[in-house]
Design a protein around this ligand. Structure first.
Ligand code: FDA
Length: 324
């Protein structure tokens, strides 16, 4: 299981395959978990979800940005999503990755890009969530959040329960709206729990803390055991439904999302869009290899076979090179 996870996480970090996939379009089953390639298609997907009582958080897919022009292009795209959310009056907010806005290039450059997006969203009363990436980007992302919060209150971020420091972070950032997740990247033992039970136990602990002491809580999981636990916990502790929401990814457990809405809970779908789907999709396969069913539906496509072959080859080559 861990080898399969490593395999897909390894693929998600492969820059060559990432750029090949960008040219390749929405393939390999990715179209089932990505809402569209452009803003118009994405707004249509959001309208359909809103009609079912589901709110949305929109993510312009993209990572491995090492070029300022690419980061500026991403910023412009996100600003156009903010504008579209406002114009179409859809129930949606923004999720973004600091690395896409230039965190790996230059801190101040990234800060300015994020500030422009947050300021624009603030004008329209739209919330902006800073998604959390891997450990190296954790502290700089918190730093930007803290600095911007002196001027803007429409921002929040993510706490990943696999990190040892998560408990300290959730206490420090309790006055922010927080999304709580288990964590999607491969992190070393030095910083993160490796055992699923430890991650799950910490996850529950963090959710309970923020529900009791924090601002609004987004519980982002497809794990029905966690969802059932939260339902019981809020009942026992008299926490009203407007203090929290459940979040799930676009294309995952749609029946459960609808059931939660029917039961009177707030449900928000994470709606990724764009051509840069590769890293996102590989992390979904790492989390749940059963998601390969999505790929299997495409497997008779010749181009797909070539791509999977290349991907597997690149992974094996990477492992052999590492062993040397
Ligand atoms: P997990 O994968 O641990 O599964 C637990 C159990 O739930 C499974 O054994 C199975 O029984 C059931 N289950 C799970 N998926 C299922 C499915 N599709 N169908 C049926 N049963 C299923 N990570 C990160 O590092 N930074 C971030 O910013 C975010 N943001 C984010 C937003 C949203 C909205 C979500 C849902 C997730 C993230 N994540 C994330 C990813 C997160 O960290 C985590 O990797 C995944 O959500 C997988 O963990 P789960 O808690 O969903 O269940």
């Amino acid at each position: 299981m861990s080898l399969v996870r490593d395999f897909f996480i390894g693929l998600s970090e492969n820059k060559l395959l990432n750029s090949a996939a960008k040219k390749y379009g929405l393939k390999l089953g990715a179209q089932l978990v990505v809402a569209g390639t452009n803003v118009d298609e994405t707004i249509e997907s959001i309208k359909k979800l809103n009609a079912q009582g589901i709110s949305c958080t929109v993510d312009n897919l993209g990572e491995f940005v090492f070029d300022k022009s690419e980061a500026i292009e991403a910023k412009e795209k996100i600003l156009s999503v903010v504008e579209a959310i406002h114009t179409h009056e859809v129930d949606a907010h923004i999720s973004l990755k600091p690395s896409q806005l230039g965190l790996d290039i230059d801190y101040d450059f990234c800060f300015d890009n994020l500030k422009e997006i947050v300021a624009k969203a603030n004008q329209y009363g739209i919330f902006v969530n800073f998604d959390m990436e891997d450990y190296d980007r954790l502290q700089p992302s918190f730093d930007i959040l803290e600095s911007l919060s002196k001027e803007y209150d429409n921002i929040g971020t993510v706490i990943q329960s696999y990190f040892y420091r998560a408990e300290e972070d959730i206490k420090k950032y309790k006055d922010f709206r927080l999304r709580i997740v288990k964590g999607a990247y491969k992190e070393p033992e030095e910083y993160a729990y490796q055992d699923k039970k430890d991650i799950d136990d910490n996850y529950i602990k963090l959710i309970e803390y923020h529900l009791l002491h924090g601002k609004f809580t987004s519980i982002a999981t497809h794990d029905h055991n966690v969802i059932d636990h939260v339902k019981e916990f809020v009942k026992v502790n008299n926490i009203s439904n407007d203090k929290f929401e459940f979040q799930m990814l676009y294309g995952f457990r749609y029946d459960l999302q609808l059931e939660l809405v029917r039961q009177g809970y707030n449900e928000c779908t994470y709606v990724p869009f764009g051509n840069d789907w590769y890293g996102y999709f590989m992390r979904r396969l790492a989390e749940r290899p059963q998601n390969l069913n999505l790929v299997a539906k495409q497997v008779f496509n010749k181009k797909t076979n070539t791509f999977i072959g290349l991907a597997a080859g690149a992974f094996l080559l990477g492992r052999l090179t590492k062993k040397k």
